[in-house]
Design a protein around this ligand. Sequence first.
Ligand code: ZN
Ligand code: ZN
Ligand code: ZN
Length: 152
Amino acid sequence: MLVTSNFNVHGIDVRPHTQCAHWHSSRDIIAIRHKCCGEYYACISCHEALAGHKNQVWPKDEWGPSNIVLCGKCLCEMSVVQYLGCDNHCPSCKAEFNPGCRNHYHLYFEDKMVSRSARYGKSAESILGSVSRSSFFEFCQLQSNNIVSSQL
Ligand SMILES: [Zn+2]
Ligand SMILES: [Zn+2]
Ligand SMILES: [Zn+2]
């Protein structure tokens, strides 16, 4: 566990910039607060290994107001909307984030397309298999743009 003055970041082999045993490139420097327990984990695999409970995704109505993503470099917190709109650079210190993280957004953030289709009886896995990751990312960007513009 990484302990800073303001945050505990849980995980396996967590390093000073919140890299962990699973993700440790120089750009894997974000930690994500989990909806289920409110705690920061270096990644979802760390949560799986250590938390002892099932991960919950953040519903979209909490993407704007809540601080959910932590920059491991400057330790600023941002909302999902800020994170999705930051173009893979920390809004505060400009550190580069791993753009590959977009492949895992659905593990942390509610995927409306999946939950909508799931109501028609298909399993999340079969839907996830058919929705390409990039279209999910575009969907997220669209959503975050909508949220941002509705705040103006
Ligand atoms: Zn949890
Ligand atoms: Zn990890
Ligand atoms: Zn930063």
